[in-house]
Ligand binder design. Sequence first.
Ligand code: F6P
Ligand code: MN
Length: 345
Amino acid sequence: MEIRPALHAHLEWPTQHSPLRAATVAVIEALAGAAIELSRIIAAGPLAGMVGESGGVNPDGDRQKTIDIVADRLMRDALRAAPVAAVVSEEVELPETLDPDASLCVAIDPLDGSANLENNISIGTIFSIRPKGNDIISTFFEPGTAQCAAGCFIYGPQTVLVLALDQRVDCFTLDPRTGEFVLTARDLRVPQDTPEFAINASNRRHWSGQVRNYIDECLAGVNGERGQDFNMRWIGSLVAEAYRILMRGGVFLYPADARQGYREGRLRLLYEAHPIALIMEWAGGAASSGRSRILELSARTPHQRVPLIMGSARAVRDVDAIHLTVEPLFESSDAPLFARRGLFR
Ligand code: F6P
Ligand code: MN
C-alpha cells in the first residue's frame, strides 16, 4: 500500500533547514489548521448558521458574506500565532503589522469565490508568503518573484491544499477520518495540450481587441486560426479554475475590460494573481497580464488589480502573442505602471 505522508511529516522531510524555511513551514501549518476548521464550517453550510450577507463591503468593493468575515478572522488569528511580521488580507483595507521581528509577510484571500458557497460550488483560501524586507510594509510592493511559497486550500468535494514550496507543487487532501492533510500528488505538472478555456464570456462586448480575437479564434474551432475545437469552462471561483488547470490543463483569462473599475481586470495582484502565478510556474505552466509575466509585477497599492491569463504555458504564450500584434480597444494600464516599485517606496 502506498504510504501517504501527513503534511507535517512531508514539510519536515526536505534537506534544507534554514530558519526562513522553518518559519515558512510554521506559517503553512498555522494556515492549514485554520483551513481545517473553516472547511468544517463550510461543509455544514446553513447548519453552521453562517450563510448570507454581512451587510459590509470589502476594500475592493465586493459585498462581504458572513463567511468571508469568519474566514478572515480564522486566518488572521492563525497568522498571529505564526512568525509573521505583517499581513495583507482581501477583507482589510491596510496591511496589518503583527510581530515586527518575525521573518515573513503574508498576503491572503481568506475566502475566494465566496459568492459560490450558497450554490455548493468549490471555494478556497489563497495565500502568498514572502521574506520580510528591510521595511516591513514595502515587502508587499516587491515583485511576485519575492515569494518563497504560495498555495491555496480548496473547499470542494474534497478539501485540498495545493502547495508551491521548494520550487515544486504538491497536493494534499484532508482526510476526514484523521482531520489531517495527507500528500496525495507530488510534483504536479500542468498538462500542456488541453484545448480548454475559461473566461466570463458575458463581458465580451467590453473586452479589448486582443482578447476578443483570441476567444473568437478558439470559438472558430477546427476551421479557424487555432486549428482545433475548444471546450469552455467557467466556474467563477479562481481557486477551482486553477485546480482544474493543474489537473487537466487549459487557460484561464480575466482580462482588463472597458467597464468602469475593470481597466486593470478583476483579480488582485498580491493575494490572487501572485500566488496563483507562482503555483502555475512551479508546475510548468505560466501566468501573464498579456504584456508582462505576473511574477515580475509589483503592486502599487494593497488591493491592486491586474489582468490575469494563466494556465498551460503554450496557451498563455499564444494570448501574449496576440497582445503584441493587435491594437488595444482601449488603453489598459497593465505593464508599464506595474513594472515600477509600489506606492510606499
Ligand atoms: O475573487 C474574485 C472572484 O470571485 C474569483 O474567484 C473569480 O474568478 C471571479 O471573481 C469571478 O468574477 P465574475 O464576477 O466576473 O464572475
Ligand atoms: Mn478572491
